[in-house]
Ligand binder design. Structure first.
Ligand code: ADP
Ligand code: NI
Length: 215
């Protein structure tokens, strides 16, 4: 099968799969990551087929959405007869994309993984990132904020996964760290703007929270 038609089939599959997802990981998240990945790839070296396939499939087996041991991605690639090195690389990109805790090393190890990781992380930042974060927090019944609970820097993926902290903490535990962990120049440029927006948002949030200091 030609690469274009493999991508088109994957788009249709993933769109169907994520259509009702209500935690900020819906089809439109996948779509934005796909578009961002293509945008970054225009200015970087990398195999576009691997990048697009990994961007489209990257959340299919995510622990936050599907529990631990699902293998939909591998099964889908088998159905498309994507095999050998291509299959291995797509799976490896997906494995390397995810954030796993502030103190856990998630350095992407090859150009295509760097690009997809930047694209996924950019969609965690800025106005959309804020919306997704509160959407996810709400879906897990988390508090918006509790001043008594300090943000943590997780040293292991399992500690990060176990966190039930209020949603504002996620900004300090992940979102504000992302701009310094971008791999590509384009990623860094877009991240800078989105980072500033999150800082402005938090400043206003705390101004409103500490209302007595203002009025
Ligand atoms: P990653 O694989 O790096 O986790 P995803 O595409 O799965 O990236 O999306 C992660 C997004 O899910 C976060 O940026 C945030 O919006 C939301 N999220 C994950 N964990 C939390 C949390 N503890 N509190 C609030 N939002 C969260
Ligand atoms: Ni994602």
């Amino acid at each position: 099968m030609k690469e274009d038609s493999l991508i088109a089939k994957t788009v249709a599959y993933v769109r169907d799969y994520f259509v009702d997802e209500g935690t900020g990981h819906d089809w439109w998240h996948i779509y934005r990551v796909w578009q961002l990945a293509k945008l970054i790839a225009r200015r970087e070296e990398g195999d576009l087929f691997l990048i697009e396939m990994a961007a489209l499939l990257h959340d299919l087996d995510d622990w936050k959405l599907s529990g631990s041991n699902s293998c939909r991605t591998g099964e889908w690639l088998s159905r498309l007869k994507v095999e050998g090195n291509t299959r291995r690389k797509i799976l490896q990109i997906i494995e390397e994309v995810s954030f796993k805790g502030a103190e856990v090393n998630t350095t992407a190890s090859f150009p295509e993984a760097c690009i997809v990781q930047d694209a996924d992380r950019l969609d965690a930042m800025g106005a959309i990132g804020i919306a997704r974060t509160f959407s996810y927090g709400g879906s897990k019944k988390r508090l918006i904020y509790n001043p008594a609970i300090q943000p943590e820097r997780h040293h292991s993926f399992s500690a990060y996964q176990k966190s039930t902290a209020p949603t504002i903490n996620h900004f300090y535990e992940k979102l504000l760290l992302l701009k310094d962990r971008m791999n590509t120049e384009t990623g860094k440029e877009i991240a800078m703007e989105r980072h500033k927006f999150m800082e402005a948002y938090l400043e206003q949030f705390f101004l409103e929270w500490n209302v007595e200091t203002k009025y």
